[in-house]
Write a protein that binds this ligand. Sequence first.
Ligand code: UD1
Length: 466
Amino acid sequence: MFRSDSVPVTLVFAAERLNYLVEVRNKDDPSEFPERNLKLVKGIYGAALVWRGLLQSLLPDWNMCMFCVAFPAWEWALVSCLIYWRLDQKPIGRYFVTDTILITGGAGFIGRYVARACLERGHKVRVLDSLIEQVHGDRTQTEGLDPDVEVVVGDVRDEAALLRALKGATKVIHLAAEVGVGQSMYAVDRYVSVNDYGTAVLFQQLIDNPVKRVLVASSMSIYGEGLYQDAGGRIYEDVIRKPRISADEPWDPLDDQGRPLVPVPTPEWKKPALASVYALSKYVQERLTLTLCPAYGMEGVALRLWNAYGPGQALSNPYTGVLAIFASRLHNGQPPMIFEDGQQRRDFVHVEDVAQAFVLALDHEKAPGGVYNVGSGQDRTVSEVAELLSQAMNRPMTPEIAGKARIGDIRHCIADIGKIQQELGYKPRKNFAEGLAELADWVAKQEAKDLVNEARKELEARGLVA
Ligand code: UD1
């Protein structure tokens, strides 16, 4: 197998690998071991293999070449190449754990995808989740989580549970939150408590047990109305939606001359305009993260998510995202119920792309201190998605148009994803038709309680639909 002259170098290389493994395993904080070193070793080794191949083919008597003497025989080179290639593959990647990630709210829809993506990057993952009934039904076990994820069942506001979950964690992804915009307008204490007090408790523990980086799931809802432009191309940054006084009034915001404004992609620099308790609570989460992290030597990053969708959404939660609600309605033979006139625009981003954004922000050196929009870069109306989903589910159904708006909802907000693309290399991969087909396949195998009418009545009884 070995050429005798190659033995010393092979030994050195093997020792280097061993040294790397020992160093990674023995470090208190393995994330401090620079991943760059591994990349460097791999790079140099890869380049050397290429040189060896070149010289071997160019020089008639390659045994005489000093480079060749320095490298092992071809069989070993082949094995090394295979090892080198396998280092990037999932199962072996998992032995090179670089970080222990705590994901709060990690058993939820987005959390499960983020957990999987982190495992695929070779991280160890722990989840803290209270498995609330509105999302998880009467299940007491986590469903759909990768078996390699360690689970701590507990509330983010519970210090003891949090401390257990934080043990040994080197990075935190904070997803634990109540997420319904409409519901936040009446369950105020619950939303403020879980979202803001929960984040405060998390940071109170992080002050004594700091981690390297904290990622927080913020929301596009903090922008309020997105950016608009008028017919002359003038940009409007501070549009505020006023309640309609009569049914003849247009739904779209108007310019000074009464012409409808057109939504344009909203970048991160747009000032927040907090239109719901949910938006307010998300902004507090974001600011707590970006204020406290640098004060305690941690790196904070906020991702402002647009409307995430995909298999695994909580179908029986009537306050979940619109696509899951529509899917549940159609599955139960009911038409989608559309607020306003259905022409409101959003950016629907597949949950795998959301997970991609999180793992990029988790490791990227440019991310600390940043806020990033996460969307697909394409916008659609609510009516259009209702139509496309009913086609994908093969349940043709004319939607019911409510002609009323939920208080706290914004009219349009669409994503400018240029910053995350340029700085972190984010690339939305899932095409919408493909994503909907996947969602439809998944929904067909589920049971979903349709509680939308009850939820609407609850909002109407409080005057929150007008
Ligand atoms: C959603 C998320 C929020 C997240 C934000 C950005 C939920 C409940 N809300 O807010 O957590 O931070 O995206 O990612 O997941 N609609 C209907 N019929 C329905 C339900 C909704 O027409 O049955 C309409 C709404 O009035 C709104 C649009 O669909 O105009 C989107 O609503 P929703 O899915 O609740 O999303 P956002 O409010 O945009």
